[in-house]
Design a protein around this ligand. Structure first.
Ligand code: ADP
Length: 681
């Protein structure tokens, strides 16, 4: 967590200025780069695919060429071998003077062993067929062929050629009832037997040439066609159907006398399913890539949005931190200051960078309070402190001390783990001054009431003093008379003077008590024995009571706790309550004019004072307002008595209330006692 960034960094608006431009540029780049990579990747994949397809095609084509050439060679070899056999046969016919049966046997043997041959004909020199062995299904027949005139012409030309060149001559392929045929003509050499030599013609069915010479494994995958040079198809072998025209090859089969074209056409198309699978794969990958790019784009967009929100939030918080008058200070778990707001800087008169990043002791710590801060820090670290306020004193740069109120709250990160503490600090100097002012006002009011009470009892005082003064006067007069007469013994005179002295002391005591009560002094707390305090002010109470004919009785338990209190203020409470009681009984009958003051131990070290009268009682409408300042039902009243009594009692940690009876009221005070037994006197 770096809160100092918020406290000291550039302001939120700065982040929206030039920074945004470069951000936008880098944002664009962020999208262009993957898009470019994506296109390049796609292009590479497609070219790889096309390369591999081409490679495969060329391999298949090469294989086809090799196989076709192999087939061509096989056919050629087979035809050559057959021709050679026929040549030997023809030679044997002429030279060995074979008889008709032997010739026939040889020819039959040839036809039986040469599967592509459909017929062999032996002709005499006049080209008249003498012997013909033909294949009809699996049987051999000797039916004589009857060639047409045109056929005969071609045959004659071919035989002449064969004779002239001394080797077998092939005629052009022709179509007969049984399909396309290819004939080879062999002229027998001139022998001893016949003056004019004959010839042998072998007719091959072109389809059988293919059937017998093309191996099955090649035929299975290819359509093989034999055609003449005019592109007329003369023989076809297509076991597995027509070729697809993807892989084709043709080669010329050179024969003496004619040429044939051997064409092979693969029934295999391009490697379509692999290609399809690859294309499908690329399409799926492309789609997935696009999808993930889209997801990435959405995620980045969301993050950018969240960042913007966060920035705004930070700016908002900074503005808030800057505008509040309360000092704000954040610390990490080690106590290092991570953030201070301007109000705090102003309060202690230090710049933010003089405070942020610093570890205790801090510059604004007043040395004499350092132990308090350390203690508080230890408590915070131990986790004993929640949001409770802590009052202490800080110092400004000038060294001037000022009271502060600190409220600490834990700083949590997004996971809820604590990262430090946030404190708000309030300068309570003015509040303190106001409180002091209030206290002084209150005291002055207490003085005024005291003096007022005093004024009220002043006349009674005069009466009280009258008695001792009159007694003193009569004692002194008596003494003077005794001295003048000279008759009285000295001891008598001394006793009379002693009495006068006692009366003077009594008058002096009255005066001193009044003086004690009226004298203005700072409130001070001492251990007070309540019974003695009551005895002290009892004469003043009786003074008022006697004037109105009220009898005062006191009752006091023995086990009273002492209280830590200001005795003059407690006297003031007693005098106020007793005066109210006496005044409430002004109109009462003589026998009811009784004021009871009782002191007792209430338990739990609490002292209880009851002032009970038998007067008018508190009026129902006065119940609520009795303790409010300036509430009075008396024409001469000020209405401050009970209000002041209550604040005095509460200042001493006690409680003041009243209880109503059928006749009269009791005002009750309960005060916490102290175990300290040092009495005032
Ligand atoms: P003040 O005596 O100047 O009126 P206090 O605050 O002492 O002011 O009393 C306020 C009012 O409370 C009195 O005017 C009176 O009506 C009522 N009061 C106080 N003490 C008694 C009492 N013992 N009996 C009946 N009423 C009382």
């Amino acid at each position: 967590m770096d809160e100092s960034g918020i406290g000291n960094g550039a302001d939120g608006r700065g982040l929206r200025g030039p920074g945004r431009l470069s951000e936008r540029l880098s944002g664009r780049l962020r999208w262009w780069l993957p898009a470019l990579i994506f296109v390049l990747l796609l292009a590479a994949a497609l070219s790889l695919l096309s390369l591999s397809t081409t490679h495969e095609s060329s391999q298949a084509q090469e294989q086809l060429i090799t196989d076709t050439l192999w087939v061509k060679q096989t056919i050629q070899f087979q035809l050559d071998r057959s021709a050679e056999t026929l040549q030997v046969l023809a030679h044997d016919i002429e030279s060995r003077s074979l008889d008709a049966a032997a010739v026939r046997g040889r020819l039959e043997w040839f036809v039986r062993n040469t599967k592509e041959a459909v017929r062999v004909v032996y002709l005499d020199s006049a080209h008249v067929p003498i012997l013909s062995i033909g294949r009809e299904g699996n049987e051999l027949s000797t039916a004589m062929p009857r060639p047409s005139a045109a056929e005969l012409d071609t045959m004659v030309v071919a035989i002449d050629q064969a004779r002239g060149r001394g080797k077998p001559i092939y005629g052009s392929p022709y179509v007969s009832d049984a399909g396309a045929m290819l004939a080879v003509h062999i002229a027998t050499p001139a022998g001893q037997k016949a003056a004019a030599p004959g010839s042998v013609i072998c007719v091959y069915a072109m389809s059988r040439i293919l059937d017998e010479n093309v191996p099955w494994w090649f035929a299975q995958d290819h359509e093989i066609v034999l055609s003449d040079l005019e592109e007329k198809v003369r023989g076809v072998r297509a076991v597995s159907g027509p070729g697809r025209g993807v892989y084709t090859h043709q080669t010329v089969l050179e024969l003496d006398g004619t040429s044939l074209v051997l064409k092979s056409n693969s029934i295999r198309g391009a490697p379509s399913w692999i290609l399809g699978a690859l294309r499908g794969g690329i399409a799926v990958l492309t789609a997935m890539l696009l999808l993930s790019l889209f997801a990435l784009w959405r995620d980045v967009k969301r993050r950018v949005h969240a960042e913007d929100m966060l920035r705004e939030e930070a700016a908002f918080r900074k503005a808030m931190g800057d505008s509040v008058v309360t000092g704000l200070r954040a610390r990490d778990m080690t106590g290092r200051v991570t953030y201070v707001n301007p109000a705090f800087c102003k309060m202690v008169d230090y710049a933010a960078d003089e405070l942020v990043g610093k570890l205790p002791p801090m510059a604004y710590w007043a040395p004499e309070y350092a132990h308090e801060y350390e203690e508080r820090m230890a408590q915070i670290r131990a986790g004993n402190v929640t949001a409770t306020a802590f009052e202490t004193v800080f110092q400004r740069r000038s060294g001037q001390r000022f009271p502060v109120m600190i409220y600490d709250a834990p700083l949590l990160d997004s996971q809820g783990g604590q990262t430090g503490w946030m404190s708000s600090i309030v300068d309570v100097s003015e509040q303190k001054q106001a409180e002091e002012h209030m206290r002084m006002q209150q005291e002055r009011l207490q003085d005024i009431t005291r003096l007022t009470t005093m004024g009220e009892i002043a006349s009674s005082l005069a009466h009280e003093l009258n008695q001792p003064l009159a007694a003193i006067t009569s004692y002194l007069t008596g003494s003077v008379n005794m001295l003048r007469n000279g008759a009285a013994p000295l001891a008598e005179i001394e006793r009379t003077l002693e009495k006068a002295n006692q009366q003077a002391n009594r008058a002096g005591q009255v005066i001193r008590r009044v003086h004690d009560y009226v004298r203005k002094q700072e409130p001070q707390r001492v251990a007070v024995a309540m019974r003695e305090l009551l005895q002290d002010c009892l004469p003043l109470i009786e003074l008022q009571a006697r004037n109105t004919g009220v009898r005062v009785t006191t009752a006091s338990a023995d086990d009273l706790p002492t209280v830590m209190a200001d005795p003059v203020l407690l006297q003031q409470v007693l005098l106020n309550l007793t005066r109210n009681g006496i005044e409430a009984m002004a109109e009462a009958d003589r026998e009811h004019k009784r004021l009871e003051i009782s002191l007792r131990n209430e338990g739990a070290d609490m002292l209880r004072i009851d002032v009970r009268d038998y007067g008018t009682g508190v009026l129902a409408e006065a119940h609520e307002k009795l303790f409010s300042p300036f509430f009075t039902t008396k024409t001469e009243g000020m209405g401050m008595g009970l209000s002041i009594c209550r604040s005095i009692v509460e200042v001493h940690g006690g409680r003041l209330w009243f209880e109503s009876f059928a006749r009269g009221t009791a005002f009750c005070v309960s005060l916490p006692g102290c175990s300290n037994d040092t009495h005032r006197r």
